[in-house]
Ligand binder design. Structure first.
Ligand code: PMP
Length: 423
């Protein structure tokens, strides 16, 4: 370990980092590691969708003319495929538009404006309400709460999910806490998968609020990076068995299975919640894009078909994750300047740097043309109290751009880290 460096060694390391940095600055880099987007190579895997369902093909399995209005629940054949993958009974799973994030946004709007099953009143009539936000987490979740003035209470993430001692204490004592954000598998950005025990506790824990909701955003349900297809426990089933069927809202989508801008989003919940949802949805829409749902059902075929397709994604992106981890280890291993996650799936690697350095690192990277997700984005209101978390999104850049960007990032980590030590 080089953490107990003498002053001379430290000066040498800092000099070398400064030299590497100025060399990189001279290269005129233009690299982007910000968002978890599929690469063009991944999108190419779903090229057939551009020609499906095919000329004159518009009938669903039950004879529905998908070109017309109607069918609020979404196409049965597609719901059947995803019922298995999202662990929701098919009768309680809806197929919707192209984004699950908009379903999450809708869920807040509807819960604010129309009384949820089990609620005493609408959320908007209950005074200030709060949500639990496991951190580090997903910035777009937090932006939804921020937008509606819902206070977020950060809860630390552990290796097995949110710290359940904190969660169960808070929800038991405070009826104004209305829910929790959860990304149960290959979490954004830590890659953590919730343990069976965490899921059981979430499903069973007593809550002071009768209208408490788990926003179960299973965005990475089938997004494996290794041969192991990690499973997560059936939260809706467990909650139902515990008498808390209405507690769970399940979200998912094909955004990172097929086409990120033209996929299909899913919403699953108890029968009472689905009735409530459809009642509200009926005022908003006369039915989803069933042609897109038909082309997805044809293209994917079955749950097995989805998994086989995800193997192709893995072949494209696993090498990018491997390269990122290799460069992090080569450049930062043993320096004491960073630790990082090694996810088995999902879209992100979390790099933890010494407290007080993350924003400076991101700023120095931007100065040499490497754009990173803003430091703090993984925390409510964009404020990471330790200023130590950097999210790396390896999927979108080409392999060579990615490797250049990660190397540049590690150079900035050294530069800022050694500067901080010298102070
Ligand atoms: N949830 C999580 C956890 C995500 O990481 C993302 C995309 N980065 C989304 C939701 C967005 O999903 P969609 O494209 O279905 O709106």
């Amino acid at each position: 370990m080089t953490t107990d460096l003498g002053a001379q060694d430290l000066t040498a390391l800092l000099d070398s980092a400064r030299q590497d940095y100025s060399e990189l600055a001279g290269r005129g880099l233009k690299l982007d590691l910000t968002r978890g987007k599929p690469s063009p190579d991944q999108l190419d895997l779903a090229d057939d969708l551009l020609t499906l369902p095919g000329a004159q093909i518009f009938k669903a399995a039950d004879g529905t003319d998908t070109r017309n209005y109607g069918g609020l629940n979404g196409l049965l054949e597609l719901r059947q495929i995803f019922a298995d993958l999202l662990n929701v009974p098919v009768g309680q799973l809806l197929a919707a538009g192209n984004s699950s994030l908009e379903l999450m946004h809708d869920a807040f709007v509807q819960a604010l404006l129309s009384k949820l099953p089990g609620a005493e009143s609408r959320w908007v009539d209950q005074g200030p309400i709060k949500f639990l936000a496991p951190v580090p987490g997903y910035d777009r979740h937090f932006s939804i709460c921020e937008r509606f003035g819902i206070e977020m209470i950060p809860v630390p993430m552990t290796e097995t999910g949110p710290d359940m001692a904190v969660v169960s204490r808070l929800v038991a004592e405070d009826a104004s806490i209305k829910g929790i954000w959860c990304i149960p598998k290959y979490s954004n950005p830590t890659g953590v998968t919730y343990s069976d025990e965490t899921v059981r506790q979430l499903a069973e824990m007593p809550t002071a609020a009768p209208d408490f909701r788990i926003f179960w955003d299973n965005a990475y349900a089938v997004h494996h990076l290794t041969e192991e297809r990690v499973e997560v426990a059936d939260v809706l089933g467990l909650a139902t068995a515990a008498g808390n069927a209405d507690r769970v809202f399940v979200f998912g989508s094909t955004s990172k299975i097929t086409l990120a801008g033209a996929g299909v989003g899913f919403f699953g919940a108890s029968e009472a919640n689905i009735k409530w949802w459809l009642g509200n949805l009926g005022k908003r829409s006369i039915g989803p894009d069933k042609i897109n749902q038909l082309r997805h059902a044809t293209f994917l075929g079955s749950a097995e078909g989805v998994l086989a397709h995800m193997d192709k994604h893995r072949a494209v992106i696993a090498p990018k994750f491997e390269a990122t981890l290799r460069i992090l280890a080569e450049q930062l291993g043993g320096t004491g300047l960073g630790t990082w996650t090694e996810p088995k799936g999902g879209y992100f690697i979390t790099l933890e740097v010494p407290a007080g350095t993350a924003s400076a690192i991101v700023a120095r990277a931007a100065e040499i043309g490497v754009v990173l997700t803003p430091a703090g984005a993984t925390h409510p209101l964009g404020q990471d109290p330790d200023d130590s978390i950097i999210r790396i999104a390896p999927t979108f850049p080409s392999q060579s751009d990615l490797e250049a960007a990660v190397y540049a990032l590690t150079t900035c980590v050294k530069l800022v880290g050694y500067e901080q030590r010298q102070k």
